[in-house]
Design a protein around this ligand. Structure first.
Ligand code: KIV
Length: 256
């Protein structure tokens, strides 16, 4: 990004068909949001990956809305130029009315858009949110909120392929301004990217998307106990923290 104007869902949507790819990262706190904003990352997602990489849950399914909201507020307090998107936690959008209540709570905490996992079956929730003026980033492909979801590539079997194409069409028609495509077959994701009018933002779904999103902790090597295979970390913050703590320990104990 080159200018200093606030990033909006319309801006994200307008990247479709341009050469400027959308770079999105997760952020769960004030300093990270400020740092990422300072370098010009245009989309900050307060993702439900918070559950795993910050709160120590084994997966994202047990995250409560009440646990997510303070993190949305912390990111919003950074007053980023970036668009602040917040995830709808698992089980909070089971009906369109629930989705609206969740969306309102997230916007009340400072989100400027919400992300909702699910394709065709979430069309009603997406319509309810967008109809109430809450912009929606959809999320199709691998859906970690589904209990028992295993981390594996989707879209290779014929029925999965048809399903993914139908999901992509459905979330676009329901009014989403963009769609995250997670762990999907790269060739199919490229085909979907070419066929949609809204941008696709890939994670582990190949290079031919309109943007890419990563979990911040994976990017900077801050969660060394698990790293998805497709991520190439750009730093080793776990190593930096261990080294600093070891030096402090040694200095304090007079062993430096
Ligand atoms: O919560 C999350 O981190 C996500 C990923 C797609 C980035 O949803």
């Amino acid at each position: 990004m080159t200018d200093s104007s606030k990033v909006t869902p319309e801006w994200v949507r307008s990247r479709k068909g341009t050469r400027e790819k959308i770079a999105a990262l997760t952020a769960y706190d004030y300093p990270t949001a400020r740092l990422l904003d300072e370098v010009g990352i245009p989309v900050l997602l307060v993702g439900d990956s918070l559950a795993m990489v910050v709160l120590g849950y084994p997966d994202t399914t047990s995250l409560q809305l009440s646990e997510l909201l303070p993190h949305v507020a912390a990111v919003a307090r950074a007053k980023p130029r970036a668009l602040v998107v917040a995830d709808c936690p698992a089980g909070t959008c089971l009906t369109p009315e629930d989705a609206l209540a969740t969306g309102k709570a997230l916007v009340g905490a400072g989100a400027e858009a919400v992300k909702l996992e699910g394709g065709l079956e979430e069309s009603g929730a997406i319509r309810r949110l967008t109809g109430a003026g809450i912009p929606v980033m959809a999320h199709i492909g691998l859906l970690p909120q589904r209990v028992g979801a295993r981390f594996r590539r989707v879209g290779r079997l014929p029925e999965e392929r048809e399903r993914l194409i139908a999901d992509a069409r459905a979330v676009e028609e329901a009014g989403s301004f963009s769609v995250v495509v997670e762990a999907a077959d790269a060739a199919l994701t490229a085909e979907i990217t070419r066929s949609l009018r809204i941008p696709t933002i890939g994670i582990g779904s190949g290079a031919e998307c309109d943007g890419q999103i990563l979990v911040f902790h994976d990017l900077v090597g801050l969660f060394p106990w698990f790293r998805p295979r497709f991520v190439e970390p750009k730093a080793d913050l776990a190593g930096t923290i261990r080294e600093a703590a070891q030096r402090f320990l040694a200095e304090t104990q007079g062993k430096a």
